[in-house]
Design a protein around this ligand. Structure first.
Ligand SMILES: Cc1ncc(COP(=O)(O)O)c(C=O)c1O
Length: 464
């Protein structure tokens, strides 16, 4: 019998995070200030503590994880690397399917990996309150918990459509001591502006980020900071513990490398967490396919433009060179709330531009079909976000069957779906529909972005 749960002994938990930036053949473009000048670390000081800003700008390949952070994340880490043999048998595929189970954290997703780290660094810097945004509620609840553990107040702006659809995550946030308001709200100037434009606005991650950033900047005492759950370099860094553990776990069962690495991509963090250590291997010659899976309704990587754009809807954050649908993008109310974002991690974007990763769009019906197949074979109920990765995995496993190839596939199971059962109910009732992102919308985004600086898609020209 081959192992089904590959556990890493606690003492083998990685003690350093991995930074892909210095290994990329061409460095990502620097972030820019609103006046078009290159953003310096001080330009981030109003919203982030300097210890995290240092990580944001770091070009060190490995960064030590402070012991206290290791202790906190050891509440649930190392997470198991599991084998999905029942799905393999169901699909009659010769492929071996493995997954890093990030659903075992408190809160049930990968988000606490960076929430704990960010709250800890804020604590060292003397922060009293952290503001943030949340889509599905996973990030807001992870940060509420992390702030509680560090003795910091937490205020969460939750995208209105999710706030209305999902009361349960609000209870998690409150239980962990966080405060949650629906965004757009009347509490900030940005929120009032969005509401004046559309009083029934469903909100978006971009809008909620604008509100959270404003709430941090406007605190004249300087003791309120902002935290982002994805997209930024330091968030990708904190998530790499996923892939670094996976590499040790595969080594322990004699698997040198997987052939295919998959993750769902919203802002890119759970995907990057698993994929970046393998991207390093690919850059150094390993033959690995790396596939971020995004929703067809929010297809930044597969249909968006690679250029400079703001991280939020109101244009308050620095501009980043990334794949974007335009910061004015108002996403469709699909059930994978955490994937409805207009932009992408600039490091993931640069790796895609370089050709190291091959993004794929998945429609909502295929994602839910994959989620139900997973539940009926593997047993676990996964988050609607994660189902995009599973749909990609199933496509690859079927391809392996058709080609008669014994591929090793690994993906991040980014979260459980026990708080998302309304989505499952709608799918089972036949009420879920697909939304594509029409080409006219891309033209609209290009128009919106035309006055912002352009980012050239630079590559090394190598074939990977
Ligand atoms: C379970 C789950 N998976 C994936 C995501 C997408 O975020 P990211 O692309 O940063 O991993 C989210 C975001 O809220 C999430 O809650």
């Amino acid at each position: 019998m081959e192992p089904i749960k590959i556990n890493l002994p606690e003492q083998d938990i990685p003690k350093q995070w991995y930074n892909l930036v210095p290994d990329l053949p061409v460095a990502p473009h620097p972030a820019l200030r609103p006046d078009g000048k290159i953003a310096a670390p001080e330009d981030y000081a109003a919203i982030f503590p300097m210890n995290l800003v240092e990580q944001e700008f770091s070009t060190e390949p490995l960064i030590d994880i402070p012991t206290e952070i290791i202790e906190h994340i050891m509440r649930w880490r190392p997470t198991p690397l599991r084998r999905a043999i029942w799905l393999e048998r169901h699909l009659k595929t010769p492929a071996k399917i493995y997954y890093k189970d990030e659903s075992v954290s408190p809160g049930g997703s990968h988000k606490p990996n960076t929430a704990i780290a960010q709250a800890w660094y804020n604590k060292q810097a003397g922060t009293k309150t952290i503001t943030t945004e949340t889509g599905a509620g996973q990030w807001g609840s992870a940060l509420s918990l992390a702030c509680q553990l560090m003795g910091i107040d937490c205020k969460v702006f939750m995208v209105k459509v999710s706030f209305d659809q999902k009361p349960t995550p609000q209870m998690l946030m409150r239980t962990w001591g966080g405060e949650c308001v629906a965004s757009p709200s009347t509490e900030t100037e940005a929120g009032r502006r969005f509401l004046a434009k559309d009083p029934n606005s469903p909100g978006s991650l971009g809008m909620a980020i604008s509100e959270a950033v404003e709430a941090a900047v406007k605190d004249s005492t300087g003791s309120t900071k902002y935290a982002l759950g994805s997209v930024l370099n330091h968030v990708m860094l904190h998530q790499t513990i996923i892939g670094l553990e996976a590499q040790k776990q595969f080594a322990s069962i004699g698997v040198k490398k997987p052939d295919i690495v998959i993750g769902c991509a919203g802002g890119g963090s759970n995907f990057a967490g698993l994929a970046f250590p393998y991207t390093r291997d690919k850059i150094h010659g390993a033959d690995i396919e790396i596939i971020p899976c995004e929703p067809a309704s929010s297809p930044a990587l597969t249909k968006g433009v690679f250029t400079y754009d703001f991280g939020d809807s109101a244009g308050m954050t620095p501009m980043m060179a990334m794949h974007t649908l335009g910061h004015g993008f108002v996403p469709k109310p699909i059930h994978a709330g955490g994937l409805r974002y207009h932009g992408m991690s600039p490091i993931v974007s640069q790796a895609v531009v370089e050709g190291l990763m091959a993004p794929r769009a998945i429609n909502q019906l295929d994602a839910f079909e994959a989620a139900v197949t997973w539940a009926r074979t593997e047993g676990f109920i996964i988050a609607p976000e994660t189902s995009h990765a599973v749909a990609g995995v199933i496509q690859e496993a079927i391809k392996a069957r058709e080609e008669g190839k014994e591929k090793t596939i690994v993906f991040t199971l980014s979260g459980h779906g026990l708080l998302d059962l309304q989505g499952y109910e709608k799918y089972l009732n036949g009420e879920i529909v697909n939304y594509d992102h029409p080409t006219e919308e891309i033209a609209k985004a290009e128009e919106e972005l035309k006055d912002l600086p352009k980012a050239e898609a630079r590559t090394s020209g190598k074939k990977w």
